[in-house]
Design a protein around this ligand. Structure first.
Ligand code: DP6
Length: 404
């Protein structure tokens, strides 16, 4: 097994002394990249444990990353963290508004909380209505202090770490994202992969890659794949111990081109949409059945360095997933008119001899699989065909790292 050894938690009494508060019990910072699935995860066999109905395969990408610092605090620091939060606010402001006022340059376009902000009314990690969390954690995302859903989801995830480490200390979590396009593209994958690595390290846990992957999965399913770089397979498994990601050797140098169609908040979270699809779509069981065969074909194509065969199954798997969503009652339709235009532009490129295949997630954006060597040429053809749209090339990214 590929083992990531997290560095020991930093005991940082100096900082605590300078700030006049009691000790920071442990602190760590980790960086993780987003991933795009080639064979999709859509549906949970076990909601609470986030065990999926199907195995999935993804590419971890460069450029789209989350860096997160977690500090577990002694009593004095916890009180201080709370009073710091309160002192930022004017009387009539909500915390998010107050911090948003201080932000510049984002133009209000992206909601940085979106990646932590998927409701889970089943009571699993992320249940915003559950009041089980009495530990006063604080969370800042891209400089904006969070309350409500995002904080609740992170707090409940940290509870898993606290339980395992045998600690009850509150945490101060600060997260920064280098997502060029804003929330429309990012998934919660890089967020929970970074949080799992930073949180476990700050709590003094020394987890293997597989253990980190299992932990990240509890925060958001796709996050278990961002523990590793390059091509990654998430084995569906049947319980907590057997559901984890692992790296897959890939002899091809692949790239993903992102066609940004909408950076707006999606109409329905992927968590809610997959639940509705499973419950009501007559096409969903057929997609699950074909997914096993898709995975076999995809892995064989990778092993044979056959990009045409890989691309064909990647596009079919994603379109099948969306067909199953559209057949849900009520229908889940993430597509916009520009989505169809982008999908046909990719097909047109293929007719002109380019190796390019589409995939889509829970949103209107289209991602294009291609050989790394062809990526810039394909991107420039796409820019010609789709004027006015933001089109960016992403190469392979690395797995999660504890950076300090
Ligand atoms: C369409 O991992 O965001 O991107 O486990 O409920 O947090 P939760 O869902 P999430 O779902 C990702 C779905 C997808 C396909 C994929 O990444 O495999």
């Amino acid at each position: 097994e590929d083992v990531i050894r997290a560095k020991g938690a930093t005991m940082d009494n100096d900082v605590a002394a300078q700030s006049g508060a009691s000790a920071v019990l442990g602190r760590a910072t980790a960086c993780a990249h987003a991933n795009i699935a080639l064979i999709k995860y859509w549906g949970k066999a076990d909601e609470a444990l986030v065990v999926p109905t199907t195995a999935s395969l993804s590419l971890t990408l460069d450029g789209l990353s989350t860096q997160t610092t977690v500090e577990f605090l002694g009593d004095g620091d916890a009180a201080r963290a709370e009073s710091d939060s309160v002192s930022l606010l004017g009387d009539d402001e909500t915390p998010a508004e107050s911090a948003a006022d201080e932000r510049t340059g984002r133009g209000g376009k992206a909601d940085p909380t979106a990646r932590f902000d998927l409701a889970a009314p089943d009571g699993s990690v992320g249940d915003p209505t559950a009041d089980s969390n009495t530990i006063p954690d604080t969370l800042t995302i891209d400089g904006v202090l969070q309350h409500g859903t995002a904080l609740a989801r992170v707090s409940r995830f940290l509870d898993l770490i606290r339980e395992r480490a045998g600690i009850s200390a509150p945490a101060r979590v600060a997260s920064r994202n280098t997502v060029p396009f804003g929330a429309g593209l990012a998934s919660s994958a890089s967020a929970f992969a970074a949080l799992a690595a930073a949180g476990s390290c700050a709590a003094g846990l020394d987890l293997s890659g597989r253990e980190l992957s299992r932990l990240a999965r509890r925060g958001s399913g796709s996050a278990c794949r961002s523990i590793y770089g390059g091509l990654v397979k998430w084995n569906a498994g049947h319980d907590d111990a057997t559901s984890y990601a692992q790296p897959v050797e890939c002899p091809m140098d692949l790239a993903i081109i992102v066609i940004l169609i909408s950076a707006k908040e999606k109409p329905m979270s992927s968590r809610e949409a997959m639940r509705l699809t499973m419950r009501t779509s007559p096409l969903y069981p057929a997609w699950v059945r074909s997914s096993a065969d898709d995975m076999t074909r995809a892995l064989a194509a990778v092993a044979a360095s056959d990009l045409d065969a890989l691309g064909e199954v990647v596009e079919a798997n994603a379109l099948g997933m969306h067909a199953s969503m559209m057949a849900a009652r009520p229908a889940v339709i993430y597509w916009l008119p520009q989505t169809v235009t982008a999908l046909s532009a990719v097909r047109d490129l293929r007719r002109h001899g380019y190796g390019a295949w589409s995939t889509m997630d829970a949103g209107a954006n289209v991602k294009v699989l291609t050989a790394a060597a062809d990526a810039e040429r394909v991107a420039s053809e796409l820019r010609d065909r789709l004027p006015g749209q933001t089109i960016e090339v992403h190469h392979i990214g690395s797995g999660v790292r504890v950076v300090e």
